[in-house]
Write a protein that binds this ligand. Structure first.
Ligand SMILES: [Zn+2]
Ligand SMILES: [Zn+2]
Length: 266
């Protein structure tokens, strides 16, 4: 099976990934991938927002490191993207980021469910124990729905991230998923099948098979991503993600060039 484009990978600028883009690209070539895309964590307007992303003044450096990988590996298609944090109120900043470089795509991700709590941060896992899981998932999916509605993103990242540590609500979350997917369809936004979940406590691709099936029923297109934070993670488990997509009925995936979408066979 030829692997699909790996559209989610990081760089050391975010302070929790290792390896330069040129090394990720070399690994992609070694695996026979034809296309990849870099999507490091976007800067926030305030550099002291948290400590796991590039500073705003490093954005040009980020782009240059991706350009360097493109020059060193001319046979590999390398797209320029960003994984952009969505919190309500960030829209203007995201527009400013969009205007700074000729991006191929933005992945819109919700990590935060308040100004100070990222649900996937292992240092903040104790917060989960103080909260009702359904309430947290409800806020998360509300913000994810709003992220889709903004129209600022081509792709929504790891759509059920709150499952990372295994805090799964007892209540049925299907209405939350459906509302999000209707918004994604209406705004013409794709979702990614992100294999990083397989490497976390939840041991499952983001999003779950249930959400992937619902996404197909709603006509929401897909991309694939390893969410690599090291060169050795490039392309990881993408075969499994392709199997999941096909079992849900997908025959096509998206690719993006300068924020324009094309559908291609998986
Ligand atoms: Zn990261
Ligand atoms: Zn993320």
């Amino acid at each position: 099976m030829s692997l699909p484009a790996d559209y989610h990978m990081h760089t050391p600028l975010c302070r929790h990934a290792v390896g330069e883009p040129v090394e990720y690209a070399a690994q992609a070539v070694a695996l026979g991938l034809k296309e990849i895309g870099f999507t490091d964590h976007s800067p926030m307007r305030r550099d002291d927002f948290d400590n796991w992303r590039m500073r705003a003044d490093q954005l040009d450096d980020y782009v240059e490191r991706v350009r360097h990988a493109q020059r060193e590996h001319p046979s590999l298609i390398i797209r320029l993207g960003l994984e952009v944090d969505y919190l309500p109120g960030q829209e203007e900043w995201i527009c400013e980021l969009a205007a700074r470089h000729p991006w191929d795509y933005f992945i819109g991700s919700v990590h935060y469910v308040s100004d100070s709590w990222a649900v996937d941060n292992p240092e903040m896992i104790s917060r989960w124990k103080e909260r009702d899981a359904f309430e947290v998932w409800s806020i998360y999916f509300d913000w994810l729905t709003r992220a889709a509605e903004t129209g600022l993103f081509e792709i929504i990242g790891h759509a059920d991230l709150p499952k990372k540590f295994g805090f799964i609500p007892q209540r049925d979350c299907t209405p939350l998923f459906e509302k999000f997917l209707r918004a994604a369809k209406k705004a013409d936004v794709a979702i990614e099948l992100n294999t990083a979940g397989l490497r976390k406590d939840c041991r499952e691709i983001y999003p779950s098979p249930q959400i992937v099936r619902l996404a197909h029923q709603h006509g929401v297109p897909i991309t694939f991503g390893s969410d690599a934070h090291a060169p050795g993670e490039v392309g990881m488990d993408l075969e499994q993600a392709v199997e999941l997509a096909k079992s849900a009925g997908y025959t096509q995936r998206c690719q993006f060039v300068q924020r324009r979408r094309e559908l291609v066979p998986i």
